[in-house]
Design a protein around this ligand. Structure first.
Ligand code: BGC
Length: 747
């Protein structure tokens, strides 16, 4: 009796809950329809028009009053934003509020490490927290939409935008993208500190030929689905990402801004996306230059019919859509659907109820907790690549340190690319932090030597050498200025620029130990510098708190735990070089014949008969997932809960991890799988899970992963997502190469 009663009460709650939800949902849809019914065609198209307001003028205000602008980018002064908003709310006929957007990529004022650095943490928590901080700070200024995260799988370090990505791996990018979207959007979009996220660039922009920005890509659908799309799909399904941005590159001959397959069939029909699709900057009008459209009118038609909803800055929609509807080339229902989605976003953000930015004087910008989070993120992003004779962390015996190089005290450059609002006055550099934290006991002699990374002037080398000779150790800060990576900053060579490498060579002649810290927006080819240094720490562009984070790590107040989210090649000519490639018939071996091994007048021969370069072999300088710690870890006893499983079971994988060194450390335990044989050539390895585990010296822990067999699914030749029965390897270790392996079978 009791049981039946509680069941009824439960059902009542479920019913009421559902009813409550449905009514809120209905209410929202009713409001949208009501607004839509009042709008003229021109006003509807106005919502699809996004305008650049870097220099707002009378014309812009007039357009807003006419209802011809739906959203604005590149305005961030809250007083100005309120003025523009007032024109929309008070002076346009329907009073539909504007939505203000900006590229808040890795921080607004408090700058976090570049996304590639954040990915190196293998810690989605710091990524989510970083995005939350960015949202809180940006929304203080009235920005409620960011064009981030960028989730392009990036396997070419020549491409400057690799800095904005989470690197080469699909799974790592999925996890980080979901975390970042959650951070930006908070618990509910209507919270004034929430900002709508934007999954970009849809699709394949990271795969542009030759790593040259704005170039074309050719990714077949199966590879799109297996490699490039998963971060987008998960951002929508798991984190409710509110918007998507189409990319500049045409893929397989079609610019994504006009791809019905991408924007309608996949996004709307398959994924049921109910958010908004925005173009990239003028990516509609450039379809004319791409030769895909004869003129801007055709561009507007193709984009709108494919399912693009907001056009960023190039004005094709506002100039031509009305006429196209009149001519019957675009249906009014297409326009209505776009406007429904745009209005839905504005309602969800609470803009109709609360369109203005609060101008109270106390602003949550550079708050202590924001700086603390940025420091933690920077610490976890650093990757220790070499540490001979445990030179790091520097000990109490160190009395004098030569701090040398163009990036030791470069507050602007350490913030990295895509940083519109960060202020160098608030950046804490390594030089400042070293002096502040350790200046009482250690004498720091600073020699910048090169004014910036590209500087070729060697006249200050003697002073650097003099400083080095007086010191116990050299801390050399080299790399790239922030402007050398990011959009439109592709490079054909990845060696250190300017005279940086020569500076290191000269310093090495002093015989003093050298710790090289590299700040860069991408992997650089640093084989030579690696040999000349005793330790190398890859610090990416670490942001506002990069200095204190680095000083603490170098002197052992904290320890490095980052792992490479991207392969570091030895030579540019090896690119593309990434760990998760398809199996090939003749993979390279370890002992390949190289140029110098070939005798003169050698007879025609296929030498090793494997896939490698005579002058570069095959190996990377550092593999995906690599990174040292101040301690050492030992993996043993890889155990599987079962050897034979069905497709809907979960395999438990455990491994014993021991800290075998003398210091506490945090290890990123990585789990990979490999399909032994499949109906399409499988990948050699795929990251499927990872865990950060902190252990005291001597401590041991059994680390367990749950691996649902469904995670082994892939898109097959018939474009179906399947788990194929057969044999698989599961591999666990501290990078993508040194792994323990066990085999299991899927029935
Ligand atoms: C970039 C986008 C960015 C947009 C707006 C474009 O050039 O490709 O990633 O969001 O500009 O600034």
């Amino acid at each position: 009796m009791m049981k039946r009663l509680s069941l009824r009460i439960c059902s009542l709650f479920v019913f009421c809950g559902m009813f409550g939800y449905l009514s809120a949902q209905d209410n929202l849809e009713n409001r949208i329809e009501k607004m839509l019914s009042k709008m003229t065609l021109r006003q509807k198209i106005g919502q699809m028009n996004q305008v650049n307001a870097r220099k707002p003028d009378g014309k812009l205000y007039q357009q807003i009053r006419n209802g011809e602008v739906g959203s604005i980018l590149n305005a961030e002064d809250p007083v100005l934003l309120n003025q523009l908003q007032k024109a929309a709310v008070d002076s346009s006929q329907l009073g539909i509020p504007l939505l203000f957007a900006r590229d808040v990529i890795h921080g607004f004022k408090t700058i976090f490490p570049i996304p590639l650095g954040q990915a190196a943490s293998f810690n989605p928590e710091i990524v989510e927290e970083g995005a939350r901080v960015a949202a809180v700070e940006a929304s203080e200024n009235g920005i409620r939409w960011t064009f981030a995260p960028m989730m392009d799988i990036s396997r070419d370090p020549r491409w400057g935008r690799i800095a904005e990505s989470f690197g080469e791996d699909t799974y790592l990018s999925e996890v980080m993208a979901v975390a970042m979207v959650k951070g930006f959007q908070g618990k509910d979009l209507s919270d004034p500190s929430s900002i709508a996220a934007c999954a970009k660039h849809f699709i394949g922009y990271g795969a542009v030929e030759g790593g040259r920005d704005y170039n074309i890509s050719n990714i077949p659908e199966r590879q799109l689905r297996n490699v490039y799309l998963p971060p987008f799909e998960r951002s929508i399904q798991e984190a409710g990402c509110a918007t998507i941005m189409t990319s500049f590159n045409s893929n397989n001959g079609i610019p994504p801004s006009a791809s019905k397959f991408l924007l309608t069939d996949l996004l709307r029909k398959e994924w049921k996306f109910d958010g908004v699709v925005v173009s990239d900057w003028a990516s509609v009008s450039i379809m004319v230059t791409q030769g895909f459209c004869e003129d801007k009118k055709e561009a507007a038609k193709k984009a709108a019919n494919a399912g693009l909803e907001i056009e960023m800055v190039s004005g094709c929609f506002i100039d031509h859509l009305e006429q196209l509807v009149k001519e019957g080339a675009v249906s009014e229902e297409t326009i209505n659907n776009a406007v429904r989605n745009i209005l839905r976003l504005k309602y969800k953000l609470g803009l109709f109820d609360n369109p203005y930015t609060d101008l109270r004087p106390e602003r949550k910008i550079y708050a202590a907790e924001h700086l603390k989070a940025a420091k933690k993120a920077a610490e976890e992003s650093f990757v220790l690549l070499k540490n001979e004779q445990d030179i790091l962390p520097l000990g109490n015996d160190i009395k004098t340190v030569a701090v040398i190089g163009p990036l030791a005290d470069a507050p602007h450059d350490q913030m990295g690319t895509w940083c519109f609002d960060g202020e160098k006055e608030y950046t804490q550099t390594p030089l400042e932090a070293l002096k502040k934290q350790f200046g009482k006991n250690v004498n720091f002699i600073y020699e910048q030597t090169l004014a910036f990374s590209r500087d070729k002037d060697k006249t200050k080398f003697p002073k650097a050498i003099e400083a080095a000779l007086k010191s116990d150790v050299i801390l050399l800060f080299v790399g790239e200025e922030s402007i050398l990576s990011g959009e439109a900053h592709s490079l054909a060579g990845l060696d250190l620029v300017g005279a940086q490498s020569e500076l290191l060579s000269e310093l090495s002649k002093t015989g003093k130990p050298i710790v090289t810290v590299i700040m860069a927006g991408r992997p650089l080819t640093i084989a030579k510098e690696l040999d000349l240094s005793d330790a190398v720490l890859y610090a990416w562009h670490p942001g506002t708190m990069g200095g204190p984070a680095l000083a603490g790590i170098l002197f052992g107040k904290s320890y490095p735990s980052g792992k490479l989210p991207v392969t570091i090649p030895r030579y540019v000519g090896q690119i593309p070089l990434y760990y998760s490639h398809e199996k090939i018939g003749r993979p390279a071996k370890k002992n390949e014949v190289l140029l110098d091994d070939i005798p003169s007048e050698a007879k025609q021969s296929s030498l090793g008969n494997t896939s490698y370069y005579l002058d570069a072999g095959f190996d990377a300088l550092f593999d995906f997932g690599y990174g040292l710690s101040y301690t050492t870890f030992e993996y043993s006893d890889l155990t599987l809960s079962k050897d034979i499983l069905s497709k809907d079971e979960v395999l438990q994988v455990s491994v014993a991890l021991k800290n075998t060194g003398k210091r506490e450390g945090c290890e990123v335990v990585q789990l990979y799988t490999s399909d032994i044989a499949a109906s399409i050539a499988p990948l050699v390895k795929e990251l499927k899970d990872f865990k950060r585990v902190t252990l005291k010296p001597g401590e041991q822990q059994v680390v367990t992963f749950d691996l649902p067999i469904q995670k082994l699914a892939f898109w097959n030749y018939e474009m179906k997502k399947v788990v194929e029965p057969g044999k698989f390897d599961v591999m666990v270790g501290g990078n993508s190469v040194d792994l323990l392996t066990r085999r299991f079978t899927v029935k």
